[in-house]
Design a protein around this ligand. Structure first.
Ligand code: PMP
Length: 393
C-alpha cells in the first residue's frame, strides 16, 4: 500500500512546479550527443551540450573504450579500496596530476560526487567556507555535507570576500575559499589572482571547481593554469564529463591532500569506481589535449563566430569570457517561448530561468563546441535572427 503522505507530498509538489511553469520536461536523444542531435524524429543543431571539444563522440576515444571493455569487462567490480582499483585508475590519476601540474590526483565517479567528497573530507564543523554566491549546486551540497559554517560572498566581489575572510579567520579553525573557475550560467571567469592573494593574506584553503575551465582555458589545462597559479591553489577540482567527453570527476593537489582523500572521502571508500571504458577513454582524451591544441583552437574560433554573430544581430550575451554563451532575454515566459521556438525551427538551446538564475535574467544558453561547422552556426544564427524579430527580442 503506497504511503498516502508520500503521494500527496509528491503530487502537490509536482502540481506547484507545473503551475509555475518550472517543471522541466526531459527530451531523450535518439542518437549520440554530437553537434547535431536526433530528437522526436527530427534533426536539430545542438547548442546545449558540455561536450566542448567534441570528444564524447570522437573515434579515437570510442576505439580505446571498446578495447578496454574487451580486456577488462564493463565494470570495475568493487570500490577503490577493496579491489576496484585497476592499474588504469592509477594511470589516469598520474596523467591528471601531470596535466594539472600537481603532485597527485584522485578520480571520482562524477564531478558532482567529487565536490561532495572532497569538500566534506577536508572541512568540518569547526571550520568556515567562503563560497561565491553563484557557485555550482554540487559545491553548495558539498559545503552543507561538511557541516562547516557557510559564508556566501557576493559574486566575484573581492571587497566582500576580503571583509568576510578577515572576520572568519578570527572565529573558525580552518577557512576555505571556494569558487567555480568559470561560472556555468554566465560564462565569466573567477578573479583567481585576487582570490589567491586574499587567501595567502589570511591563510585560507583555496578550492577551484574548474568543470568549465578545463579543456577550454590555459591551453586546455584550466583556469588555474590560465592565470599561472598552479602552485598557489590547494585543490583543483575538474570533471571528465565536459571537455574530456566521458564521465567522472577529480581533484588534483599535493600528495598529502590526495593521500587524505583516499582514506577519508566517502564516495571513494563506499561507491564502485569508474568503469574501464570511462577511464581508458579519459586517458586518451588527456593525451589528445596534451599533444595538440587543434580542438581548443576550433572551439575558440566557433565561440567567437557565434558570439560575434549574435551581437551583430543585436542580442546581449552578457559578460561571458568563455564558450558559455547566454542570450539574455529577461522575462521568464518569453525566454521559455524563445527556446521552444528555437527547437521548432531546428536549434536545441535550453532556456534557463529563475530559480536557476535571478528573476528577470532568463536566458537561452548556447554551448558552441569544436565539432560544430560554420554552416551549422550560420543556420543557428539565421534562426536567431528570425525569432528575434518574431518575438521582439
Ligand atoms: N561543477 C560545475 C561547475 C558543473 O557545472 C558541474 C556539471 N554541471 C559539476 C560540477 C558536476 O560535474 P559532473 O556533471 O561531472 O557531475
Amino acid at each position: 500500500m503506497p504511503s498516502t503522505k508520500l503521494t500527496s507530498f509528491l503530487n502537490s509538489g509536482l502540481n506547484e512546479l507545473k503551475d509555475k511553469g518550472l517543471y522541466n520536461v526531459i527530451h531523450p536523444l535518439e542518437g549520440a550527443n554530437g553537434p547535431k542531435i536526433q530528437l522526436e524524429g527530427k534533426e536539430l543543431i545542438n547548442l546545449s551540450s558540455n561536450n566542448y571539444l567534441g570528444l564524447a563522440t570522437d573515434e579515437r576515444l570510442k576505439e580505446v573504450a571498446k578495447d578496454a571493455v574487451t580486456k577488462y569487462g564493463v565494470g570495475s567490480g568493487a570500490v577503490r579500496t577493496i579491489n576496484g582499483t585497476l592499474q588504469l585508475h592509477v594511470e589516469l590519476e598520474e596523467k591528471l596530476a601531470k596535466f594539472k601540474h600537481t603532485e597527485a590526483a584522485i578520480a571520482y565517479q562524477s564531478g558532482f560526487n567529487c565536490n561532495m567528497a572532497a569538500i566534506s573530507a577536508v572541512m568540518n564543523k569547526n571550520d568556515a567556507i567562503l563560497s561565491d554566491e553563484l557557485n555550482h549546486a554540487s559545491i553548495i551540497d558539498g559545503c552543507r555535507l561538511s557541516k562547516a559554517k557557510i559564508i556566501r560572498y557576493n559574486h566575484s566581489d573581492m571587497e566582500d570576500l576580503r571583509q568576510k575572510a578577515s572576520e572568519a579567520v578570527k572565529e573558525y579553525e580552518k577557512v576555505m575559499v571556494i569558487t567555480d573557475g568559470v561560472f556555468s550560467m554566465d560564462g565569466d571567469v573567477a578573479k583567481l589572482p585576487e582570490i589567491v592573494d586574499i587567501a595567502e593574506e589570511f591563510d585560507l584553503i583555496t578550492y577551484v571547481d574548474d568543470a568549465h575551465g578545463s579543456g577550454v582555458l590555459g591551453e586546455g589545462k584550466g583556469t588555474v593554469k590560465h592565470f599561472g597559479l598552479s602552485d598557489r591553489v590547494d585543490m583543483q577540482m575538474g570533471t571528465l564529463s565536459k571537455a574530456i567527453g566521458v564521465v567522472g570527476g577529480y581533484v588534483a593537489g599535493s600528495q598529502e591532500l590526495i593521500d587524505w582523500l583516499k582514506v577519508q572521502s566517502r564516495p571513494f571508500l563506499f561507491s564502485t569506481s569508474l568503469t574501464p571504458a570511462d577511464i581508458r577513454a579519459s586517458i586518451e582524451a588527456i593525451d589528445i589535449l596534451s599533444e595538440s591544441k587543434e580542438l581548443q583552437e576550433r572551439l575558440w574560433e566557433n565561440t567567437k563566430y557565434l558570439q560575434e554573430g549574435l551581437k551583430k544581430l543585436g542580442f546581449s550575451v552578457g559578460d561571458t569570457e568563455t564558450p558559455i554563451t547566454p542570450v539574455i532575454i529577461g522575462d521568464e515566459q518569453k525566454t521559455q517561448q524563445f527556446s521552444k521556438r528555437l527547437m521548432e525551427e531546428g536549434v536545441y538551446a535550453k532556456s534557463i530561468v529563475f530559480p536557476t538564475v535571478p528573476r528577470g535574467t532568463g536566458r537561452v544558453r548556447n554551448m558552441p563546441t569544436a565539432a560544430h561547422t560554420k554552416e551549422m552556426l550560420d543556420e543557428a544564427l539565421s534562426v536567431y535572427e528570425k525569432l528575434g524579430k518574431e518575438l521582439n527580442v
